[in-house]
Design a protein around this ligand. Structure first.
Ligand code: F6R
Length: 636
């Protein structure tokens, strides 16, 4: 399928009648990015045949990384030449030196230009160093240069959660050209991790305008991950408004949004397909529809009536199921069967309707935790129960998490260590390294080691508190993470080998892992990929037939109710115990470096979330628990 395929299939119009922008949804962002890269490559080659330049508008950020990776591969392995390409980047922070690793200059060279044969004189990126008095003229010249090159043949875009394209933040005018602009607070929050804190994120940028972008002959916008789902819905289905500048693209006649499943998940036809078309009622879809209706009406499942179903696009479901009564009971039982206080299975009990098997009574369990704290944050209650119920539980911390320890925290430990042993040269070096560190310096190996150790010891304190023997705690320190920078390496064979080794050592009956896909380029996703690759390579092993994989979600999102296949209740005492376990991760308390846009501490967020899940179950008509941890099974 070509990305720029227009909807032609019968029935498509019905399905997309809420949508004002053509969009294509892919299973994942890798597959999608490769398609987009090929569209760009085809355009470059077509222009070569015509002896013309190809003028590309390019974006930075996490969204286009894989597209650039594929373009580099096409250059290296398939001889794609960029000699006829003239590029114009959308934006740059201001002020910003080109050499700064945070600059978009650096990004573009790192991901693309250093690896292809584009002529340096054909690369245009707004400069973050023009004098304040010159910016006005500089921006006019940037516009004129695009025009003189023949205009943009193709514009690649990402989208910010504010609805910005380029850095055209809410309030941007339809006719705006290249200019300097103040960044929205949300945009700065999103950029904070790579700047190691919001206070380091520039407040201003130079950006191409809406009008500059609109003049491109073809526009492709990329959006990946659940964090983009709501702005994608607003942009595609909402009214055109300067509040969401990307909605201006509704007026362009050759634009395609390329989405992964998560980013498309709020679109009406995906979220509530029964409102737009006749559905094939799979069990999954029935669960989604009934829980949605119950929540919408504020009625428990057992109180939904025939009329309610008919009024909300579900008459065909009702016909299939006979009556609301049958359907409601079926759904109620399904939800009820997800709840268990025995996450490792209940020995000697009938397990026909339980999420886990009853045998073996004592299971080997690996809890994979991307960072040293996700285990207790995301499933501290379940972890506690598994240990208490006699399973052989192992915790495997996939990364060292060293980058998230603040310098001040590390300094404190190094000073204690030096005070204990004034001759200790290593502690002295660490103290000096931290004191002499410049803003964007990478930590020295000694400092990184100390930061990693801090997280290890915090983890051991938490796992001991939950009565886990120290020898059951494994620190994998996957190499992809150890760059000392926010940007990590790609997964390599060494990472997979480590994952396979621990699985084959423990031969688990259960694996728990973070299925948190909110940030498709984040560490959680990479850690999950590492597990999936390892499982795939090990699936022929006999013991893997008995291995079930349960996915939990990280601190930010929870599974939708209909996705939950195991819900583990917690009593108020267990909630307190979980909170205490999280407290042991002291370096991640009180204003951590990777806070995200939620100012609550991790224990607060997760406590609220577990209570909310319990409340939702209760609202659907199920028992009233203090809190619930939720899991979804992954079949490999
Ligand atoms: C980048 C740019 C921005 C980003 C947007 C999404 O040059 O202009 O509009 O495309 O902020 O960023 P990511 O892809 O990091 O989510």
């Amino acid at each position: 399928m070509k990305v720029n395929l227009k909807h032609t299939e019968a029935g498509k119009f019905e399905e997309t009648r809420f949508e004002k922008i053509h969009n294509v949804i892919f299973k994942n962002s890798n597959e999608a990015s490769i398609k987009v890269a090929h569209e760009i490559a085809d355009l470059i080659k077509q222009k070569q045949k015509e002896n013309k330049n190809c003028v590309l508008g390019l974006a930075t950020g996490s969204s286009p990384i894989k597209v650039y990776e594929e373009l580099v591969r096409l250059h290296k392995e398939e001889g794609l030449s960029f000699q006829n390409v003239i590029s114009f980047n959308l934006d740059e922070y201001y002020p910003m030196e080109a050499e700064n690793t945070q600059s978009y200059h650096y990004f573009m060279h790192d991901h693309l230009f250093n690896h292809i044969d584009i002529l340096p004189e054909n690369v245009n990126i707004p400069s973050g160093t023009v004098g304040v008095d010159e910016i006005y003229q500089y921006c006019i010249d940037y516009e004129l240069k695009i025009k003189a090159s023949g205009g943009l043949d193709f514009q690649l875009l990402g989208i910010g959660r504010t609805g910005h394209i380029g850095f055209n933040e809410p309030g941007s005018h339809y006719n705006s050209g290249t200019r300097n602009i103040t960044l929205d607070h949300i945009t700065r929050v999103d950029a904070a991790p790579s700047f190691l804190g919001i206070e380091n994120v520039p407040r201003v940028a130079i950006t191409m305008g809406i009008s500059t972008i609109r003049k491109a002959k073809r526009i492709v916008l990329l959006a990946w991950g659940i964090n983009k789902a709501s702005v994608i819905k607003e942009t595609i289905e909402g009214e055109i408004s300067s509040d969401v500048p990307a909605t201006y693209l509704q007026n362009h006649d050759n634009v395609t949004f390329v989405l992964d499943e998560e980013a498309s998940s709020e679109l009406t036809r995906i979220k509530t397909p029964w409102l737009v078309k006749n559905c094939l009622w799979t069990d999954d879809l029935i669960g989604k529809a009934v829980t949605w209706l119950s929540q919408l009406l504020g009625k428990s499942v057992l109180k939904i009536t025939d009329k309610d179903y008919n009024n909300h696009g579900m008459s065909s479901l009702l016909v299939e199921q006979g009556s609301a009564y049958n359907l409601n009971i079926k759904m109620f039982n399904k939800l009820q069967h997800t709840i268990t206080g025995w996450p490792g299975g209940k020995p000697n009990a009938d397990d026909t309707n339980r999420p886990e098997r009853n045998t073996p009574a004592s299971k080997s369990v690996i809890i994979f935790s991307p960072h040293p704290d996700d285990d207790v944050i995301s499933m501290g209650g379940t972890f506690d129960r598994l240990v208490e119920q006699g399973h052989d539980v192992h915790i495997a911390y996939q990364t060292s998490g060293n980058i998230a320890v603040a310098d001040e925290e590390a300094l404190k430990f190094a000073e204690v260590s030096l005070a204990l042993n004034p001759e200790d040269k290593n502690s002295l070096k660490i103290i000096n390294d931290i004191k002499n560190k410049k803003e964007y310096d990478i930590d020295t190996p000694e400092v990184r080691n100390l930061k990693g150790l801090i997280r290890r010891k915090e983890s051991i304190a938490a796992t001991r508190y939950l009565s886990l023997p120290d020898e059951n705690v494994h620190f994998l320190d996957l190499p992809f993470y150890e760059t000392g920078r926010v940007k990590k390496d790609k997964l390599g064979e060494a990472d997979i080998a480590i994952m396979k080794q621990i699985i084959s050592d423990i031969k688990p009956h259960q694996i728990y892992a973070a299925g948190d896909l909110a940030d498709p380029h984040g560490t959680h996703k990479v850690c999950l990929d590492a597990l999936f690759i390892a499982l795939d390579e090990m699936k022929e092993e006999k013991y893997m037939d008995d291995c079930w994989v349960w996915l939990y979600r990280g601190a930010w999102h929870e599974w939708e109710i209909h996705e939950i296949e195991m819900a583990v209740p917690m009593s108020p005492d267990q909630v307190m115990k979980k909170r205490q376990a999280i407290f042991y991760h002291q370096s991640q308390k009180d204003g951590v470096m990777f806070q995200g846009d939620d100012s609550r501490e991790f224990w607060m967020r997760v406590e609220d979330r577990n209570k909310e899940t319990a409340q939702k179950y209760n609202d659907l008509g199920l028992a009233d628990y203090a809190a619930l941890e939720a899991f979804k099974r992954y079949h490999f």
